[in-house]
Design a protein around this ligand. Sequence first.
Ligand code: NAD
Ligand code: ZN
Length: 370
Amino acid sequence: MHKDLVYREINITLKDQEYPIYVGHQIISALPEKLRQRSVNRQIAIISTPPVSRLYLKNVIDTFDQGWDIITYDVPDGEISKSTQEVNKIYTWLIEKHLERRSTVIALGGGVVGDLSGFIAATYLRGVNLVQIPTTLLAQVDSSIGGKVGINHPLGKNLIGSFYHPKMVLTDIRFLYSLHPQEFICGLGEVIKYGILGSPALFELIENNLESILNKDQTLLAKIVFDCAQIKARIVEEDEREQGTRAYLNLGHTFGHALETFYKSEGLKHGQAVLLGMRCAIQAARQMGLLEGTIAGRINRLIKRIDVQIPSPGKMDPRALLAIMKRDKKVKDGQINLVLPVDIGRVCLKPVSDEKLLEASFDVLDEPSV
Ligand SMILES: NC(=O)c1ccc[n+]([C@@H]2O[C@H](COP(=O)([O-])OP(=O)(O)OC[C@H]3O[C@@H](n4cnc5c(N)ncnc54)[C@H](O)[C@@H]3O)[C@@H](O)[C@H]2O)c1
Ligand SMILES: [Zn+2]
């Protein structure tokens, strides 16, 4: 690592492997050196997408000297690329380029590129090295960590996939400066989620500095990304295969996914849906006597400072929302288990009746101004 590079490191220790997450500003130049330390061979396949590669691919390639063999591939931007068709095209490309077992696939992009490239790395030749270079806030605090890789099926999102961990995650917060504000807000939804589920200090930091964070203050960003990555890393270490506490990461996501599906044509984004979903979970926790009113008020005030509107309020139908929630792959025996906040920094997982779910979504989503 160059002497003047400032970065922080988180180590994830799992049953069969461990790997580092480096978080810093302008740390991309450390990539070749860090790769050498992970004893990979010198053949690298970078997978990206035009909005990202246009801005950063040259910069990434320029960090390598001539001894490396680098090939690059752009997938079309967006969720559409998480498909078997795209996977097949990439397999063909890798076979034609003779990518070997000890070679490395680098995912340079947001969650879409990360999930897809991870799936490729997990399956091509029964597994090659994977490095995640996340470029969205959501990917930096969430999708690049934890080893969930996969693609979509025409019948549902993320239905095909595996657990496959990278050799390392290199998180350069400089990438976030070119991010569209809406994408930034989406990541912020997840950041607030981490505060509510695992860190009163992080929650307070966001509460006290929301405007500076929205203005992408470098020091704050580096701190927040690091803290969130660390919370996720610790949860993944505790529950690698999502059999217990990892489910806490779904705070706001049961309602959120349903809202995302319901408002798909209006373009409600994942992070926006999660912010609204967290408010529904807070309301459910209130009704069940699990969360004090003053604390619920404090969390709601922070979420409301991020202006997320329901696309067309008149269309809202809590019963349709409930029906979508019941189709969720995480629902067991028709029973919906919800992650519910009990304090700032603490959540629990409890079954919630249909009546309570309906009530909570009515209360939150029927407000004239949500
Ligand atoms: N594996 C997991 O654990 C996990 C967790 C959460 C979400 N996900 C997945 O992540 C995906 C969503 O990820 P996302 O929100 O990062 O979306 P995304 O990858 O589609 O990126 C959002 C948009 O930002 C652009 N972009 C990316 N980096 C940029 C940059 N630095 N500057 C400018 N533009 C940039 C992209 O090209 C895209 O248009 C979904 O497919 C979801 O299923 C996976
Ligand atoms: Zn999410």
